[in-house]
Design a protein around this ligand. Structure first.
Ligand code: COA
Length: 175
């Protein structure tokens, strides 16, 4: 599975090299950091040019952290609305996948795109053998409310994960 048609105007598909500059804009805006956007774009370019972007995470046994990046595309304008990674370090069991870099273009937030993207990612995660989905995010950030609404619960708090004053939380959901 490399494409999920969500509805007439939305699909979720694997990341391609040609998406990177649009996604740099999405990540910089969503996380409010140009530096972060540049760094993620650099890593995603390496990921695509290594060929990893065309392989399922279950077939990436040579990687320490097999992962797939998925892009939410508006089919009318072929624009990149959102992005998310699915990954699992190879020392974890195969039933647990993690979300990473889930982001929706700031100009499109609050219209249900994050919900549509996460629901489609859950379908993909199940197809990769997962029964549990986890995510690590800022303890006091707005994304925790998004994940709570999506059926995740807080499993634990990670003190001073992002800075001396910013804790993280791990949230989890059975899928
Ligand atoms: C979190 C994020 C992906 C949600 O995407 P979205 O398209 O805005 O989400 P939806 O429109 O589907 O919202 C679904 C629900 O999530 C909650 N929610 C979403 N954004 C929220 C915010 N900024 N503050 C509080 N609640 C929020 C709401 O409960 C909303 O339901 P409602 O509209 O019925 O109230 C998006 O806001 C984003 O990219 N944020 C910045 C990056 C980030 O923090 N990513 C998570 C890192 S792990």
């Amino acid at each position: 599975m490399s494409v999920i048609q969500i509805d007439d105007s939305l699909l979720l598909r694997r990341l391609e090299l040609s998406d990177i500059s649009a996604l740099q804009h999405v990540i910089s805006g969503a996380f409010n950091s140009m530096d972060l956007g540049e760094e993620v774009a650099r890593r995603l370019s390496l990921y695509c040019s290594s060929g990893q972007s065309q392989t399922r995470l279950t077939d990436q046994q040579d990687q320490q952290i097999p992962c797939e990046y998925w892009v939410l595309e508006g089919t009318c304008e072929h624009d990149c609305i959102g992005v998310c990674g699915l990954y699992r370090a190879n020392w974890w069991w195969e039933g647990c996948l993690w979300l990473g870099w889930l982001a929706v273009d700031p100009s499109k937030q609050g219209h249900g795109y994050g919900t549509s993207m996460l629901n489609a990612l859950i379908t993909i995660a199940r197809s990769r053998g997962a029964s549990v989905l986890k995510v690590e995010t800022s303890a006091d950030g707005p994304a925790t409310r998004f994940y709570l609404k999506m059926g995740f619960s807080v499993e634990g708090r990670l003190a001073q994960l992002y800075s001396a004053n910013t804790d993280g939380v791990v949230m989890s959901r059975k899928i």
